[in-house]
Write a protein that binds this ligand. Structure first.
Ligand code: NAG
Ligand code: NAG
Length: 623
């Protein structure tokens, strides 16, 4: 293995010096290749060390180096590396005694973005227990579904989520699940308190033997992704993947002196793996926020001397939409030097730089469960990365021709896929190898199989289907184009249309539902809309439908517009036609079908009038 790296590095350098004169991005390519090889080597060392050296061990080394250094700033309080370590010992001991946890038992965390999220995870890691990171926006049916697919017997929830917990408590109790609330007291039967037990537990270190069997291929986490179909899926994240994601900060140039600002949810891989775990790997200070706030953003950055920020397309736009500060240099008065994230548009990006100064944007492309990722390491606006042969050697990928009408790859007469030409949009697929495995989803063989694509370049080969459309230009820059099919993004979250449709059709009056996202001027992503047909002889029940939607779906997934149709148009293969509906949008002046608007103040769906339409357009109604 080591030999391989040396050979490849040598080859890389050699061919680069030959190509040098022709290639303007040589320096950047070279630096990137070397950085990646160095990290590859480190991963290889951890992998083969006995016992296995995990991110937790890396954290413990940081604790030894600087126990008093602040690890997390949160709502005016500081938690040092030493504090975090001790608190995680207490959690681990409390859970060991109370829930009898042992190595390999999964535990579901239903926690808000707060420091307890981090020390509870550390505590579980010390017991060798994988954690399932539940989205704190989900409720009832979705919550139960997500909980059950990770196979956990224990659920730990934040105090503020007690209401959501009570809703599903009867089902959890039937299944014999132990339920803990991060609280000193709770009078509900069947909910155990945890905070009191944690504060009574000893903070002495735990034996390493408790996690003696954990290795690089063991499951470290379950992170939920809204895939193209159905309810959210639990992507299995191995320790290898955790390490790889934690290196992203290093690749982006973050050093141990940096202060990193996390305002994204910790239940996603961006916030947790890239932000928090990456922070442990670097041994840095993190400023954690409960929730993103555009108006507080720069104040926080100044107050805590933040040097690295994380973004998604939406938050970048919110920052650009804030009113300008008039004071001279007011908006550039901060120390942020790097921004790491994904989904920023070229126009927003330029505006961001103009207003907030010279910040290096590191745009990445990757999926939690995927086996391929790109990072923008050159100074090319709009690109998510570059085709680079060393990268491609270790993580073989291809862009293949894709039929957007049929929503499937184009195949030739031999049944194989066809590589997309330079400049042509294609589906990104990553070959599944030992080095770039696709582990799949917990307890969902069918969904795992759906993401596998066979007979791509050769009969019998196996690829991971990213479901994303990209293109390469003739300078080998990589650009993201679109997601395939049945999801859309709103407020930074993926919305699975079939999940929303399932909930809508549970309303008594609705027979069928076709869910899609529509564009609204001045907003990133698409907002939810559904074309529905009614049960025979039923009228549209706007109150009941509203209740159904609000009870079962998180705010970002609720269809804000409904369109009632006499029948839904199908394709030849019985898929619902969406393209035309998406184009037609929600303008009542152009659509004859009855249209409704989800009005959160009136707590029901109301007829979508031209007045409402105008109010949305000029932002009198906030979406
Ligand atoms: C930020 O930096 C300034 C000047 O270097 C320092 O005085 C201040 O204490 C720092 N703030 C924090 C929260 O570390
Ligand atoms: C990639 O990074 C460079 C340099 O930091 C930046 O100029 C460029 O706009 C980035 N690309 C995107 C899509 O953000």
């Amino acid at each position: 293995m080591y030999i391989w790296f040396t050979v490849v590095a040598g080859l890389a350098l050699l061919s680069i010096s030959l190509l040098g004169t022709f290639c303007p991005h040589l320096g950047e390519d070279c630096a990137y290749i070397l950085a990646s090889l160095k990290l590859g080597l480190r991963l290889f060392k951890y992998k083969s060390s006995k016992p296995f050296y995990s991110v937790l061990d890396c954290f413990l080394d940081a604790v030894k180096r600087h126990p008093t250094k602040v690890f997390v700033h949160f709502e005016g309080r500081e938690y040092s590396y030493g504090d975090m370590d001790k608190r995680s010992n207490k959690v681990a001991r409390a859970l060991q005694a109370e829930a009898r946890l042992k190595e390999g038992d999964s535990v579901a965390l239903f926690l808000a973005n707060e420091p307890s999220f981090v020390w509870t995870w550390l505590g579980l890691a010390k017991l060798g227990c994988p954690a399932a990171l539940l989205n704190f926006n989900i409720r009832s049916k979705s919550l139960l579904h997500c909980f059950s697919c990770c196979g956990a017997k224990v659920l730990i929830a934040s105090q503020e989520l007690q209401g959501a917990l009570e809703e599903v408590l009867p089902t959890l109790r039937e299944q014999g699940i132990s339920v803990y609330l991060m609280s000193e007291t709770c009078s509900i039967e069947g909910i155990n308190t945890l905070s009191d037990k944690i504060s009574r537990a000893s903070d002495l270190p735990l034996s390493r033997d408790l996690r003696a069997n954990i290795n690089i291929r063991s499951t470290a986490l379950y992170i939920y992704t809204s895939g193209t179909t159905g309810l959210p899926k639990a992507a299995v994240v191995t320790h290898e993947r955790v390490w790889a994601a934690s290196f992203i900060q290093a690749v982006c140039g973050v050093t141990s002196e940096d202060i990193f600002y996390i305002n994204l949810p910790l239940y996603h891989s961006a916030g947790f793996l890239i932000g928090m775990i990456g922070g442990m790997e670097r041994g840095i200070t993190i400023v954690l926020r409960r929730k993103f706030s555009a108006s507080q953003f720069w104040d926080d950055c100044r107050k805590y001397n933040v040097t690295v920020m994380q973004y998604i397309g939406e938050t970048m736009r919110y920052l650009c939409n804030t009113p300008r500060v008039r004071a001279k240099d007011g908006e550039k008065n901060h120390r942020v030097r790097i921004a790491i994230g994904n989904g920023v548009r070229t126009d927003i990006w330029s505006e961001f730089l103009n207003r907030f100064g010279d910040i290096k944007v590191r745009e990445l492309y990757a999926a939690t469960e995927g086996n391929i990722g790109f990072i923008n390491y050159t100074s090319k606006i709009g690109a998510v990365g570059r085709v680079n042969f060393v990268h491609r050697f270790f993580f073989p990928y291809t862009l293949i021709k894709f039929d957007t009408e049929k929503e499937e790859p184009v195949r030739n007469s031999e049944g194989l896929c066809i590589e997309a030409a330079t400049g042509e949009t294609g589906l990104l697929v990553g070959r599944v190898t030992r080095r770039s495995p696709f582990v799949g989803y917990a307890g969902n063989q069918q969904q795992t199989e759906k993401k596998r694509l066979r007979d791509v370049m050769k009969k019998g080969d196996l690829y991971f289907n990213t479901g994303d459309l990209l293109w390469f230009d003739d300078m080998k820059f990589v650009y993201f184009q679109d997601r395939v099919g049945d999801t859309f993004r709103w407020k930074g979250e993926n919305v699975a249309t079939s999940e929303v449709a399932d909930i809508l059709t549970m309303a008594n009056c609705i027979f069928e539902a076709n869910v899609y996202g529509v564009k609204v001027e001045g907003h990133e992503g698409r907002i939810g809309m559904a074309a529905v047909t009614l049960q025979e002889g039923e009228d549209f029940d706007s109150l009941h439908t509203y209740k159904q939607v609000v009870n079962y779906l998180p705010a970002y997934a609720r269809p804000r517009f409904l369109r009632i149709q006499p029948c839904l148009e199908m394709t030849g293969t019985f898929k619902m036609k969406k393209v035309k509906l998406v184009e037609e949008g929600f303008n009542p002046a152009h659509i004859e079908d009855p249209l409704y608007f989800l009005d959160p103040e009136k707590k029901m769906y109301v007829p979508l009038t031209e007045d409402i339409y105008r109010a949305i357009a000029c932002r009198d109604i906030k979406l």
